[in-house]
Design a protein around this ligand. Sequence first.
Ligand code: MF3
Ligand code: CO
Ligand code: CO
Length: 251
Amino acid sequence: MIIIKNQTQIEGIRQSSKLAAVTLKYLSRFVKPGISTEKLNELGHKFIIDHDAIPAPLNYSGFPKSICTSINNVVCHGIPSPNEILKEGDIINLDVTTILNGYYGDVSASFPVGKITKKAQDLIETTKYALNQSIKCLKPGKLLNNCVGKVIEPIANKKGYSIVRELGGHGVGLSFHEDPFIFHFDTNQEKVILKEGMIFTIEPMINASTNYRVTLDRHDGWTIRTLDGSLSAQFEHTVLITKTGYEILTI
Ligand code: MF3
Ligand code: CO
Ligand code: CO
């Protein structure tokens, strides 16, 4: 069931989303060769707590840390670790989800670590562009898939990239993951029509190869990697459907 949010809820989710965005921006300044993902986690945790909020990932279905840090071929849900040190040429996605006054905001972005290859830069830019093109399309009355899967997949395919299929966006706000599940590839089975008051994430994960397949780390139960070892990038925003279009809440 897709929840249509009322004005009170929208304002609460707006505040939480803003904090998530500010946290991500704060963390991005520390993305440099030599820092550990554990340190990024500590900085993010403290920033969120200092703003009277809770990092949603911590203890979520047993997730052990406060943010997700996903490097290079890690698609998502990377677990921060003191043994994982950023090095020049890496790309890293930081995913921040906050709970403020009970409301959730969810945002992520991929960043270069120092100087990166042209190919890695293009992957990052293409993924960000695909998310933004998708968002621009949003409007009440339209089919969700017409703005998400149908917009994002061709942008990736044209470059020889592929869309991760096992993971998707989601309704968000009163809890971490609400209906609907949002596919970033074109699916014709999906019939969700956009309505004013819907709040959800769009968060395409794009692999720098034609192979969209991923694997789950059997040891930690969380880390998702590309099957063929290719790079993967991701950008995520929490968006509200308004009377005339959309509002990006995580900026
Ligand atoms: N923030 C992720 C998302 O965009 C979910 C992370 S779940 C966690 O949906 F447990 F790994 F934190
Ligand atoms: Co999300
Ligand atoms: Co997220």
